[in-house]
Design a protein around this ligand. Structure first.
Ligand SMILES: *[C@@H]1O[C@H](CO)[C@@H](O)[C@H](O)[C@H]1NC(C)=O
Ligand SMILES: *[C@@H]1O[C@H](CO)[C@@H](O)[C@H](O)[C@H]1NC(C)=O
Ligand SMILES: *[C@@H]1O[C@H](CO)[C@@H](O)[C@H](O)[C@H]1NC(C)=O
Ligand SMILES: *[C@@H]1O[C@H](CO)[C@@H](O)[C@H](O)[C@H]1NC(C)=O
Length: 401
């Protein structure tokens, strides 16, 4: 009878399943209880975590080193002086003084000699973050600013700075709030063949008292240095400023709108504030001809979300935390990506605000006063354009309803 054979087969399968389940339960019971029936903690006898897989790219390797050093668990183990096997690659730290030429670089980066000069310059001094200040403004924040405007500039850009002072960067009381403006400068090195502008710079410092200058070579790849040195300056000289707007010297900022936005923030929102024109899901460009080209031998991976460096707005409190965490992030040659990396380490994501137009606005709107009133920031504008736009912002008669 075919039917009876089938029943027997089903019965056998059920029995085997039952036995299997019993065995499983027995195993798990034994696993959790020793003979006396009390709970037993299983201690692994071998290392149970993965040895980190070392990246081949130089920046990533350096970052893995910092991650290891700043890992709180590792720190606890190291300070409890138990014997722990440190990976060999941690020893290989380069020169004792981080501001000396890093002799490891040419040997550790296979295509070092064929990299563009700016990479060679960057990599050799990547670990150095301390440069002397040549010009400081020790008392500029004595009256706690509501808004600190921080402008990345270059020595020869006298006209841009002056246009900013006469328009959106006018320091003093704006919309009943105290605004302070500082310009960040590096130095002009003889290798870059700059004419001598020191006398004029000295005159500008005496006249306006709003320049900060450090003694490093002011290049595109050193903008990250400008960022880190500013954060250090801020934590020492201006830690009580409530908000910071940091931008290029060719952006136009609608300071009144910015203040309005800041006044409307809730307390929780204000603490972690970081807004701008956010770029998500970006990766390094691999085309040698592009300004933002990054070779594989230097960096691999994706970029965290970051706010375009043309200009972004954040809280002073967050700036202090950024300064702290920046010590744990290896300098990266693109400054806004670097700030995104620091935010990520803090567990924060920059917030998109549609009023930050770091890629400009449509051509047909560029002469529309009311459009400009509704913006926070727009890139790029010449000094003359700034002077033309500013009256649109402050004109009380202009009806934009
Ligand atoms: C790293 O340091 C440890 C002890 O501090 C030493 O035993 C080991 O040989 C070193 N490795 C290298 C590559 O220098
Ligand atoms: C100006 O700001 C101060 C505090 O910063 C406030 O007490 C005062 O009421 C404000 N005045 C106006 C007109 O908003
Ligand atoms: C950055 O500045 C330092 C100090 O002046 C210099 O040694 C280095 O070459 C500069 N880096 C770049 C990429 O210009
Ligand atoms: C910066 O870090 C130090 C030690 O890591 C900590 O004591 C301090 O509170 C931190 N400051 C901020 C603003 O996070």
């Amino acid at each position: 009878m075919p039917g009876a054979g089938r029943k027997v087969r089903i019965f056998c399968v059920m029995m085997m399943l039952n036995i299997f389940i019993c065995v499983l339960m027995g195993v798990s019971w034994n696993f959790r209880h020793d003979k006396s029936g009390s709970q037993k903690v299983e201690t692994p006898t071998k290392r149970f975590w993965h040895q980190p897989v070392l990246s081949e790219s130089f920046w990533n390797k350096e970052q893995q080193r910092l991650d290891f050093i700043y890992n709180p668990n590792v720190n606890a183990v190291l300070s409890s002086d138990s014997l722990i096997e440190l990976p060999d690659w941690l020893n290989d730290t380069g020169p004792f003084n981080p501001c000396e030429r890093d002799f490891r670089v040419p040997t550790q980066i296979p295509d070092y000699n064929s990299l563009p000069q700016r990479f060679q310059d960057f990599l050799l001094y990547m670990r150095c973050r301390t440069y002397p200040m040549l010009i400081n403004q020790l008392h500029i924040c004595d009256e706690k600013p509501f808004l600190l405007l921080v402008v990345k500039s270059l020595i020869p850009h006298f006209d841009r700075r002056q246009a900013i002072r006469e328009t959106w960067g006018r320091a003093g009381i704006v919309a009943n709030r105290s605004v302070v403006t500082v310009f960040l400068l590096g130095n002009a090195m003889s290798v870059d063949h700059f004419p001598d502008l020191l006398g004029m710079l000295g005159h500008e410092v005496a006249l306006h008292k709003d320049l900060l200058q450090w003694d490093y070579r002011d290049t595109f790849f050193n903008l990250t240095l400008k960022e880190v040195l500013f954060l250090e300056w801020f934590s020492q000289n201006c830690p009580h400023a409530q908000y910071i707007l940091k931008g290029d010297d060719d952006v136009f900022v609608n300071t009144l709108r910015v203040i309005e936005l800041l006044e409307g923030l809730s307390e929780t929102k204000a603490k972690d504030l970081f807004i701008g024109d956010v770029i998500s899901n970006a990766s390094p460009h691999r085309d040698q001809k592009l300004k933002y080209f990054i070779p594989e031998s230097v960096f691999e991976g994706h970029y965290p979300p970051y706010a375009g460096g043309g200009g972004y707005l954040y809280s002073g409190e967050l700036a202090l935390r950024l300064y702290n965490v920046s010590q744990q992030v290896v300098l990266y040659p693109i400054d806004d990506v670097y700030t995104g990396m620091c935010l990520k380490k803090l567990g924060l994501v920059p917030e998109v605000h549609s009023g930050f137009k770091t890629f400009d606005i449509e051509e047909k709107h560029r002469h529309n006063p009311c459009i400009h009133r509704s913006l926070m920031l727009v890139h790029s504008r010449t000094p003359q354009e700034m002077l033309a736009i500013w009256p649109w912002i402050i004109h009380p008669e202009l009806d934009c309803q």
